[in-house]
Design a protein around this ligand. Structure first.
Ligand SMILES: [Zn+2]
Length: 350
């Protein structure tokens, strides 16, 4: 498929910003000040109130993403429109950002398949990021903030809920009453998957290495929580034969057990592979099991709109902790040590 070229508005981080400068891990991200300008036509300048970090930012900080520094980090942001180069938005509007970079003009984008755009990327990886005082972004990335959400919550949910929504609804087609296993409960996408699954009326089971995280998952509505090694027998026992769907993001360390945890005809859906990029699978389990092994990344504009609607219906992200922008190194360290349950948020206030 051909594309007329990247015609989207360049994302620009301005004012104080958390900038990845050297591949040193969290210590390689520092607060710097960037010049301020007026938004160009078609762009919206948003005074960011809250942003949040993801594993992506850590991979970046460790030099694992083939991103040439300097790069302002973070995909998630919510704030107040400060100036607008698009008639749809006015100063004072409270907004959240669809965290995807795409050209908006190719056939895929025009048919609503933003994830298949040849210029597809993630804000904060393939462009400047949201961890800044003011973000200039394409007006097509801007949505009204769900009214009931605090700024912290609004800055927490976009990337993880968009990712988990597509995994569960579009890819794995989870239905009410189905049994869903979330592996490695604690990370942002895993916690979003638990929350979304409960919103959809699915039954949720989780694994985690941490007793504290297993307890938090049970409080969020999981029926049972298991240790993160050799969990498949426990899952089959607790579910009466296996889960219908497993949500994966861990990769080689758990994939085999995840595949052993599903019923005949079950689905394993993955959006990541934090324990390595290559995994060995037992082929007969896949074909004899009539299994669907599904990949998923980020999500389309209409999937983001569905998340916003679900937030209006009462769904809420889980915020683990909030750090001021100046303490971005501490925020990244918390993620690096895998201590968090839910999202680590950066506040631009104060
Ligand atoms: Zn496109």
């Amino acid at each position: 498929m051909t594309s007329p070229g990247a015609t989207s508005i360049t994302v620009l981080s301005q004012g104080r910003a958390a900038v990845y400068e050297e591949p040193l891990g969290p210590a390689g991200v520092r607060v710097r000040t960037r010049p301020r300008t007026e938004p160009v036509s078609g762009a919206v300048a948003i005074a960011i109130r809250a942003a949040s970090i993801n594993h992506l930012d850590l991979f970046l900080a460790h030099g694992a993403q083939r991103v040439t520094p300097p790069r302002v980090i973070a995909a998630d942001g919510a704030g107040v429109v400060q100036a607008s180069g698009d008639p749809a938005w006015r100063p004072g509007d409270e907004v959240v950002i669809y965290p995807v970079v795409c050209d908006w003009t190719c056939e895929w984008c025009r048919s609503g398949q933003n994830v298949r755009c040849p210029h597809f990327g993630v804000i904060g990886e393939h462009s400047d990021g949201t961890a800044c005082e003011v973000l200039h972004v394409d007006a097509r990335n801007v949505y009204r903030k769900p009214k009931a959400l605090s700024w912290t919550e609004a800055g927490a949910f976009p990337l993880t809920f968009l990712t988990a929504w597509r995994m569960l609804t579009t890819r794995a087609r989870v239905r009410a009453g189905e049994k869903l296993l979330v592996v490695g409960a604690g990370g942002g996408v895993a916690v979003a998957a638990i929350t979304i699954a409960r919103h959809l009326g699915a039954r949720v089971f989780v694994t985690s290495r941490s007793g504290g995280k297993r307890k938090r998952a049970l409080e969020l509505g999981a029926e049972a929580a298991f240790e993160s090694t050799e969990f498949s027998q426990d899952v089959r026992d607790a579910t009466g034969g296996g889960a219908d769907v497993v949500v994966e993001h861990v990769g080689p360390a758990t994939l085999n057990e995840s595949m052993r945890s599903v019923v005949m005809g079950g689905r394993v859906v993955t959006c990541g592979s934090t324990t390595g990029v290559k995994a060995e699978i037992t082929m007969p389990r896949l074909f004899w099991g009539q299994m669907d092994l599904l990949g998923s990344t980020m999500g389309n504009k209409d999937e983001f709109e569905a998340v916003l609607k679900a937030m209006d219906e009462g769904m809420r992200p889980v915020v683990d902790s909030v750090y001021p922008l100046a303490e971005v190194e501490g925020a990244l360290t918390r993620l690096d040590e895998a201590e968090q349950f839910g999202k680590v948020v950066l506040s631009m206030e104060g």
